[in-house]
Ligand binder design. Structure first.
Ligand SMILES: [Zn+2]
Length: 284
């Protein structure tokens, strides 16, 4: 999954520090991140952008987000929305999915933080311009004291099985045409397990039992943390698909499920776990 980057290590504790020329730099325009175009797009380095603009390290305006091994990710504070230099382009976060494990996790997580900061430039309570926290990863209002932390929205995803069949579905908004699983954001006032029951009932018209926690993963593409579950069908197997959310929902026999890559998403891990007869470890 996306967070499994061994032998590399994410260091996400808060600190304030200076950049090196070899560190990554995230330049975010409010929706997209500046990337270097290539057969595989890459995240620019601090030295690379400074050289393009005829600047030195002393001119760099940006702040530290986190590091992976010895290489830090910095968020560029110098521009709010500049044109992309030749050979570069502002791209959506989904682009990080095709990068190396380090750039995929680091880039998408940095873009998640950049997006959060862009939404919290002003205090939601009193309207004053916010400042970055100096002791923890936060935005602080100097006037009323309002403190805002990075937004991480919990999501549940569930592999519902009925004998040798798995409930698979395709979400209308997913550009990937493959079948995946039932999932959705956790609503206020409910537990993760209650969200599983509600989502399966809403999206497929089915009841489930024996809801079991499988594992979790960060999902920076939707500012989320995803909790994965398995569950068994309880009662009637007739699917009533929610057409506002899904384009397909069906029972698929184990032998008819193709292989799914397990290196990025917990969705694919849950599908593979079922396909392999419940033998996949969530931290495999
Ligand atoms: Zn305020």
């Amino acid at each position: 999954m996306i967070h499994e980057i061994l032998p590399h290590k994410l260091n996400n504790e808060f600190k304030i520090c200076d950049p090196k020329l070899t560190d990554y730099v995230i330049r975010y325009d409010g929706a997209k991140t500046l990337l270097k175009k290539g057969a595989t797009n890459t995240i620019p380095r601090v030295g690379e952008l400074l050289e393009l603009e005829g600047k030195s390290l002393a001119d760099f305006e940006g702040h530290y987000l986190f590091s992976i091994d010895e290489t830090a990710f910095f968020l560029d504070d110098s521009v709010t929305c500049g044109d992309a230099p030749a050979g570069y382009e502002y791209m959506v976060s989904r682009t990080f999915r095709n990068m190396s494990p380090v750039e995929r996790l680091g880039g998408a997580t940095a873009a998640h933080l950049a997006h959060w900061e862009s939404l919290n430039r002003f205090c939601g309570r009193c309207g004053r311009e916010m400042a970055r926290g100096e002791k923890e990863r936060s935005m602080v209002c100097p006037k009323c004291g309002n403190v805002v932390y990075p937004r991480i929205s919990p999501v549940v995803i569930v592999a519902v099985h009925n004998g040798d069949k798995l409930l698979m579905a395709h979400n209308i908004d997913n550009p990937n045409p493959r079948l995946f699983l039932i999932s959705g954001f956790v609503e206020i006032g409910e537990s993760l397990e209650q969200a599983v029951h509600r989502e399966v009932l809403e999206e497929a018209g089915l009841r489930v039992k024996n809801v079991r926690y499988f594992g979790s993963q960060p999902w920076p593409f939707s500012d989320s943390l995803i909790a994965g579950f398995t569950a068994e069908l309880d009662g009637n197997d007739t699917i009533h698909m929610q057409e506002a959310e899904l384009s397909e929902a069906m029972w698929v026999r184990r032998k008819d499920i193709p292989e799914y890559e397990t290196d990025v998403s917990i969705s694919c891990c849950l599908i593979e776990n079922f396909r392999r007869g419940f033998t996949l470890d969530s931290d495999a």
